[in-house]
Design a protein around this ligand. Structure first.
Ligand SMILES: Cc1cc2nc3c(=O)[nH]c(=O)nc-3n(C[C@H](O)[C@H](O)[C@H](O)COP(=O)(O)OP(=O)(O)OC[C@H]3O[C@@H](n4cnc5c(N)ncnc54)[C@H](O)[C@@H]3O)c2cc1C
Length: 387
């Protein structure tokens, strides 16, 4: 029996693989999306109900990509009649004269992102239940808000299938045979395509080992902490409490960020932007609580309306690159294998634009953006392959 030949196979049905598949199907490419776990699942990085969307970045290239990403999110909402985004604004706090706060501020100004600076008394007038640290500046990226993550994932996968795309879940890819036709194997079948996109999140290096490539990725467990409001609703999305990022604090140099209470009424999500390093298949084996201790001290000091002990803790994973920029590139040896990896804890909001770029790379098209910050060669990675 002759095997079906796909235009493209995408491995990994997180937000990046799902959006890549959507763009492929939209261009009438015969596409197969393979996922190791039965969908939906909570073992990767794209689960959970909410993510922050923002333009507040230190680098112009992210701000430029976010311009289009917002448009693509909105287009998906229109195509499906599903609400995926709610505007709340993003409060950025950090040492006024610190490098990171200043970089964010000047990048926002240079790119004409609508921003409000909250000076002195204005801070406590607009944000009454947060203690701004002495010497900290505060600004609000007014374009920012909340993305309904689980809903977004389901929506984009559903649309992909309605456009004729095929999803096979519960099928772990356990072998890849590169070539002008790429073949991938699972316990249930063998599939072939003209091109392959690998968007395997924290498992990227497992798959890339079949192609002789190893990327400098580190996987971290993130404890997703929800904190009880002393007065229910006081940090609620319905009261227009914003998302926030604290860029440096007395407690840590790593970011602390939060989203208004929404998915679990009476509980605000507030997390630390790093955690213990782990193996993705043993995510919850690590019981280090240093990150939670840091958060407790921060909450007690800066969020007086929250009980400073997390009421609910869920788990998620970050896959970090050394410079925390994404990897969006073709394989150094096999040009018809494309890699989207290392989203470093900030990739969800870029899903639509990452999907478009990976689609373009998979079809040999010139990418819509300069991908030099995202190329593999920046790591001087040595390929173990014959070349
Ligand atoms: C707690 C937390 C908070 C975050 N907050 C934000 C935020 O506010 N804003 C933002 O923009 N981003 C945020 N992020 C980051 C964002 O969620 C991730 O960058 C994004 O979800 C990564 O998507 P992905 O598709 O690369 O990975 P994943 O979602 O992990 O998808 C990879 C998929 O590949 C599958 N897979 C792996 N190996 C195989 C195989 N061999 N065969 C078949 N399938 C395979 C996996 O099962 C998985 O489903 C956050 C992340 C976390 C963890």
């Amino acid at each position: 029996m002759s095997q079906e030949l796909y235009d493209c196979i995408v491995i990994g049905a997180g937000i990046q693989g799902s959006f890549t598949s959507y763009h492929l199907a939209k261009k009438n490419k015969k596409t197969l999306l393979l996922e190791q776990f039965p969908l939906p699942h909570s073992r990767g990085s794209s689960h959970g109900q909410t993510r922050v969307i923002r333009k507040a970045y230190e680098h112009d290239f992210y701000v430029h990509m976010m311009e289009e990403s917002y448009q693509l999110w909105s287009q998906l909402e229109k195509e499906t009649n599903v609400q995926l985004y709610r505007r709340t604004g993003l409060l950025v706090m950090g040492p006024e004269n610190g490098k990171e706060f200043q970089l964010l501020k000047t990048t926002l100004e240079r790119n004409h992102v609508p921003t409000v600076n909250l000076l002195g008394d204005e801070f406590s007038k607009h944000i009454p239940l947060v203690n701004l640290t002495k010497g900290n500046g505060a600004l609000v990226d007014t374009t920012a808000g909340v993305l309904y993550a689980d809903r977004a994932l389901k929506t984009v996968q559903g649309l992909f299938q309605r456009m004729g795309g095929v999803i096979k879940d519960g099928e772990e890819v356990n072998a890849i045979k590169p070539g002008s036709v790429v073949t991938v194997m699972t316990a249930s079948g063998t599939y072939s395509a003209k091109s392959l996109v690998i968007t395997a999140g924290s498992w990227a290096n497992n798959l890339l080992s079949h192609t002789g490539l190893h990327l400098p990725l580190q996987v971290f467990k993130i404890n997703v902490c929800y904190w009880k409001e002393k007065v229910p609703g006081s940090y609620s999305i319905h009261r227009r409490f914003p998302c926030f990022i604290q860029v440096e604090s007395e407690e840590s140099n790593h970011h602390i960020y939060g989203l208004p209470s929404n998915e679990y009424p009476g509980l605000m999500k507030l997390c630390y932007h790093i955690g213990p390093e782990i193996e993705p298949d043993e995510r919850d084996r690590q019981t280090d609580r240093e990150d939670i201790d840091i958060l407790q001290r921060y909450v007690a000091r800066c969020f007086p309306g929250l009980v400073p002990v997390p009421a609910v803790v869920e788990s998620c994973m970050y896959t970090m690159t050394p410079d925390q920029h994404f990897i969006l590139d073709s394989h150094p040896t096999y040009s018809n294998i494309v890699i989207g990896a290392g989203f470093s804890g900030h990739g969800f909001k870029f899903g639509p634009i990452v999907g478009k770029l990976l689609y373009e790379l998979s079809q040999g098209e010139v990418p819509s953006y300069d991908l030099s910050p995202f190329r593999i060669r920046r790591f001087q990675t040595h390929s173990k392959s014959a070349l």
